[in-house]
Design a protein around this ligand. Sequence first.
Ligand code: KIV
Ligand code: NA
Length: 266
Amino acid sequence: SRRITVRDIAAAKERGEKWPMLTAYDAMTASVFDEAGIPVLLVGDSMGNCHLGYESTVPVTMDEITLLSAAVVRGTKRSLVVGDLPFGSYQEGPVQALRSATRLVKEAGVGAVKLEGGERSAEQVELLVSSGIPVMAHVGLTPQSVNAYGGYPVQGRGEEAAQQLLRDAKAVQDAGAFAVVLEAVPAELAAEVTRSLHIPTVGIGAGLECDAQVLVWTDMAGMTAGRVPKFVKQYLNMRELLGGAAKEFAQEVVGGTFPAEEHTFH
Ligand code: KIV
Ligand code: NA
């Protein structure tokens, strides 16, 4: 069976079908999600927080995204792999964006890239798409702007902000994006954006009426330490399970019961 492509994504919107997206940062985890039938995997710059130990997505580099995107592509057979363009790899303009996106496509083998921004990134989206690279856009809360926001505030509240969000989503659609992430947006506004676009919206903290939903895998699996955002649902308590396994292993080593006879060569 072949890989999912952006044409399948467009067809799903026409049929009114919803779809899930998860992040992935390594081949083994990606293979689990591929086998589970998750059609789209995002190698998000959330790897900064979730995988690399940074405090935000801001420090993530093209080298890091390229290395982990290649791993996710190798670990999957069917999922469409989307590589996130990190902070500083596309803001200079369309030519820089094309250079960065081309590297991800050629060196990692991703089927699409994602970048943050609506109107402000429309020229970048247009050049990438006209060059043959499918683009997922990302509007609403854009975490690479954390230093400008001074945190991670909900976006699109109030009439003026709502109109700007609609203009941003339209701008990336007109520039040729195949989908757009809506992050931390009131559900009513996300529903209005979704109805007014012909490309799918991918919600995260954007209510039930988006065409697709995305979660950071370490959040949804309960691997993240400490507080998670309100929009996260934990489907598993992996941190507790994995920690429990590590403690059990430690106890058996200290107590001299591991390795047992069945784990031993003679
Ligand atoms: O980096 C990421 O994980 C993302 C998703 C939350 C959309 O951009
Ligand atoms: Na991201």
